[in-house]
Design a protein around this ligand. Structure first.
Ligand SMILES: C[C@H](O)[C@H](O)[C@H]1CNC2=NC(N)=NC(=O)C2=N1
Length: 96
């Protein structure tokens, strides 16, 4: 099952993500980041690569794309907040 992150897990998993531009969403146990690309094909190509992992891990982003920008919010709906899967998907997004 996807469990909410403990305080110690938050320290170890979320801290590096905050350092790479992720922030907490106001009023939600969720993280968000805006990604900017050269153009729409770059943005959509990245979304397609992310989507393959999201589907494989059964863990899907809330995201919005306008031309070369993608704004992403991650949380675990069935846990009601942040789980290790959100950190895993965030790290993948930063790496792709
Ligand atoms: C039915 C399906 O397995 C669930 O809705 C999955 C799909 N993707 C999901 N994605 C996210 N981010 N959180 C979930 O709780 C979740 N649950």
């Amino acid at each position: 099952m996807n469990e909410l992150l403990s305080d110690t897990a938050r320290e170890s998993l979320l801290k590096p993500l905050f350092d790479s531009g992720w922030t907490m969403v106001e009023g939600r146990d969720a993280i968000t980041k805006d990604f900017k690309f050269k153009d729409f094909p770059e943005a959509f190509g990245w979304m397609t690569r992310v989507a393959i992992f999201a589907e494989k891990w059964d863990h899907h982003p809330e995201w919005n794309n306008v031309y070369n920008r993608v704004s992403v919010t991650l949380t675990t709906h069935d846990a009601g907040g942040l789980s290790a899967l959100d950190a895993k998907l965030a790290r993948k997004m930063d790496g792709l």
